[in-house]
Design a protein around this ligand. Structure first.
Ligand SMILES: CSC[C@@H](O)[C@@H](O)C(=O)COP(=O)(O)O
Ligand SMILES: [Zn+2]
Length: 255
């Protein structure tokens, strides 16, 4: 992967007083995610697309400590169609871009996402381990939990899932190198076109959304559901339940 630099290195792309500018948002979000245990020990991260420009963190750095000037910027238009041999319109003087870059790009180019978050949350990892005990199941499914309503219905669909809907998150196997996950993530996207997340066994989760707000909301909702699912399994409560959509009202039950 090459990280070619423009002569002037386009430093202005990561310099803004606006706290909502992607170059400021990525460091501030990662600092918050670190407190949730999502990006500890340099693992995990976050990328934002603003139109044609994609903002990417450096690889192997403490994500909660990075600054706007540490970020790479890539123009989607300037890439080869296969998105390999990537070139950058802005690079910091040292280091290399995140190994998660091709996975983030899959969310931006295949789903039109505006933000993609990768966490190493222990709850996500535990869910994949629990599924592993069920014949290496490739799908996490849960229903009848209020927080499911935090999820969009799917790609190019409006509205959110309802309380009685089943949330399904595909699981892919981990690979020795992050980049090698890309083809499996893309396969999972093709097989589950409406999903906004893909779990990576014994590794973590990728979550994307149309914008930062939606990606963050779904990532938080998912982490809540993963944590709940682990506790439910501990208590012997199944993740899928058969609650009818029309329960008798409390008044009718009383009579
Ligand atoms: C703790 S190392 C984790 C990495 O191998 C990878 O899984 C990861 O999530 C972060 O990669 P990075 O290249 O530092 O952005
Ligand atoms: Zn990772």
């Amino acid at each position: 992967m090459s990280a070619q630099q423009e002569p002037e290195n386009n430093h202005h792309l990561v310099k803004s007083e606006d706290q909502d500018h992607p170059a400021n948002l990525i460091p501030s979000l990662c600092a918050k995610f670190w407190n949730l245990g999502w990006v500890t020990g340099t693992g995990g991260g976050c990328s934002i697309r603003d139109g044609d420009l994609v903002y990417i963190a450096p690889s192997g750095v403490q994500k909660e400590l990075m600054k706007a000037e540490d970020l790479y910027v890539l123009s989607l238009q300037q890439q080869q169609p296969d998105l390999k041999n990537r070139t950058y319109v802005r690079s910091p003087p040292h280091g290399r871009p995140s190994q998660c870059t091709p996975l983030f790009l899959a969310a931006f180019t295949r789903r039109g996402a505006g933000c993609c978050i990768h966490t190493h949350s222990q709850w996500a990892v535990l869910v994949t381990l629990l599924l592993e005990t069920q014949g290496a199941s490739k799908l996490f499914e849960i229903n009848n939990i209020e927080q499911i309503k935090g999820f969009g219905r799917g790609f190019q669909k409006s509205g959110n899932l309802g309380y009685h809907d089943t949330l399904r998150i595909p699981v892919i196997e981990n690979t020795a190198h992050e980049e090698d996950l890309t083809e499996f993530l893309e396969e999972a996207m093709d097989k589950h076109p409406d999903t906004y997340a893909v779990l990576v066994r014994r590794h973590g989760v990728y979550v994307w959304g149309d914008n930062v707000h939606k990606a963050k909301t779904m990532c938080e909702s998912l982490d809540y559901l993963f944590q709940l699912a682990v506790q439910m399994r501990h208590l012997g409560i199944p993740w899928l339940s058969d609650i009818p959509e029309t329960l008798p009202s409390a008044k009718a039950v009383k009579q």
